[in-house]
Design a protein around this ligand. Structure first.
Ligand SMILES: C=CC1=C(C)c2cc3[nH]c(cc4nc(cc5[nH]c(cc1n2)c(C)c5CCC(=O)O)C(CCC(=O)O)=C4C)c(C)c3C=C
Ligand SMILES: [Fe+2]
Length: 447
């Protein structure tokens, strides 16, 4: 099929408004992309309407600029809602899909290179994937054989992120470039991992605030793989839809808890150091500069057992109130937890094995990670048990200092562990973002 993109449909001169990553992550987004509400009017369209809700972080385009790519949009068409118009830029220092707010839909998919495919085919694949990601994230059609699934929709904050697994490097003759941080994760006593749904040569994370936009991207990425790579496993997830709450709030997981409260923030002095590989790293190859390591765990929630607990028992497992996420030691969601506080009987109000106590960086030698999960639900097993839980995805500069340190601690006595089961696992090196004219991973594949 011919290229359907009509770039001239983008409003000429529509400004691209950068958002600070801090606002992006926390969902504290100005409706007008940080400009005064009354700022400017363009052709009678208010700036607010033009830009839409700047909720996706990265660089945003708004309603008039977000829906290019499919023809037959009437000249007088009503602009897209802010949700559809939200656009994240593909090019940048870091790949998209790390710093942006959680999207309502997510797909994660791992590929293995096929028998005949090596470095050359992998490079061509990453080039194709990068072009597709750039086009789809801009609301354009795929270059070849677009399926029309996202026709009529804007980019809806679509992000597509690419990573390399341990096995990729031997397959492509690039063993010398394999980061030591990709060494296999240790076994944990609570693991019940399905090897067929773990790891993989290549990993792609897709997020969007519209289910059709997300599926469209997944299908395009799969078709681009062609003869070079085959799907190894694929998982689907979701989060709350933007706008579902009266004001931006921390997401809830399928146990009903507020989950994400204590995520590191880009304004933290050590944020970059904890989450991204520095430009000159003694431990990492140069091609990983500005990249990050993603640990992906499919964690089933044993909801029948969990839901037997009283709310008070559930709160003791986590160490925070279920209603508002406030620590059991008092205050609001953002109040610092008082680890020493005792009740009248002298018992600690935040139990020693509470999940939110033992995962704290100050209890783990500073270990920190950026958690950016999706919930999942894959139906109900024959015995009536929901196959549901968390696609736990966390980002860090060093998985040994981040995920592994904390998971070892959890293994030794987390109150939550009775109610969850780790069923699949992956560890991927996610290189820095591509610059204009570059594809993701080029510094590795052509370095
Ligand atoms: C190894 C890392 C972690 C796994 C695995 C994990 C699983 C998991 N967590 C929840 C629910 C909550 N986690 C919370 C906090 C929290 N969890 C981790 C790490 C892992 N969680 C960290 C590093 C933190 C933050 C600690 C801190 O900095 O204080 C919370 C509390 C609210 C919050 O801060 O987000 C909840 C709730 C589930 C349900 C789960 C597995 C299914
Ligand atoms: Fe947690």
């Amino acid at each position: 099929m011919a290229d359907q993109s009509i770039p001239e449909a983008r409003t000429p001169g529509t400004p691209q408004i950068p958002q600070t990553p801090e606002k992006a992550l926390n969902g504290e987004t100005a409706l007008n992309g940080g400009l005064p509400e009354s700022a400017s009017h363009k052709d009678g369209i208010s700036r607010r309407r033009l830009l839409g809700t700047a909720g996706a972080g990265g660089l945003m385009l708004g309603a008039a600029g977000g829906a290019v790519g499919y023809a037959a949009r009437p000249a007088e068409a009503t602009p897209l809602t802010s949700l559809g118009a939200d656009q994240v830029m593909f090019h940048g220092k870091h790949q998209p899909g790390i710093l942006q707010p959680l999207q309502a839909r997510g797909h994660v998919v791992a590929f293995d290179l096929t028998a005949g495919a090596g470095r050359k085919e992998a490079a061509a694949l990453l080039r194709r994937w990068s072009e597709t990601a750039q086009r789809l994230m801009a609301g354009e059609a795929a270059k070849q054989d677009d399926t029309d699934v996202a026709r009529d929709a804007g980019p809806a904050a679509l992000t597509i992120t690419f990573g390399f697994g341990h096995s990729f490097f031997a397959r492509t003759g690039l063993e010398k470039q394999r980061p030591v941080s990709l060494d296999p994760l240790p076994d944990f006593s609570s693991d019940q991992l399905d090897k067929a749904r773990s790891n993989g040569d290549l990993w792609v994370q897709i997020g969007a605030n519209d289910a059709l936009v997300a599926f469209h991207a997944l299908r395009a990425i799969q078709k681009d793989a062609g003869q070079a790579a085959k799907v190894r496993w694929q998982m689907n997830g979701f989060n709350r839809s933007p706008g579902a709450t009266a004001h931006p709030m921390t997401a809830r997981n399928l146990m009903g808890q507020m989950d994400g409260t204590r995520n590191p923030k880009p304004t933290d002095a050590d944020f970059d150091q904890r989450i991204f590989v520095p430009e000159s790293s003694a431990k990492d190859p140069a091609w990983m500069a500005d990249g990050s390591y993603a640990v992906v765990r499919r964690i089933r929630m044993l909801l029948d057992d969990w839901e037997q607990l009283s709310v008070k028992e559930q709160e003791d497992v986590i160490g925070r109130h279920k209603s508002d996420g406030a620590p059991l030691s008092g205050g609001t969601e953002t109040t610092e937890m008082d680890l020493e506080k005792t009740d009248k009987a002298g018992n600690l109000v935040v139990p020693l094995n509470a999940h939110a106590r033992i995962t704290r960086p100050d209890q783990n030698g500073g270990a920190a990670m950026l958690r950016r999960p999706f919930s999942y639900h894959d139906g109900i097993d024959a015995d009536g048990v929901p196959d549901a839980g968390l696609l736990f995805i966390c980002w860090q500069a060093d998985p040994l200092r981040g995920f592994v340190t904390v998971q070892r601690k959890l293994d030794r006595g987390d109150a939550l562990s009775k109610f969850i089961r780790h069923e699949a696992s992956g560890l991927f090196a996610v290189p820095g973002g591509a610059t204009e004219g570059e594809y993701v991973g080029q510094r590795l594949l052509e370095g």
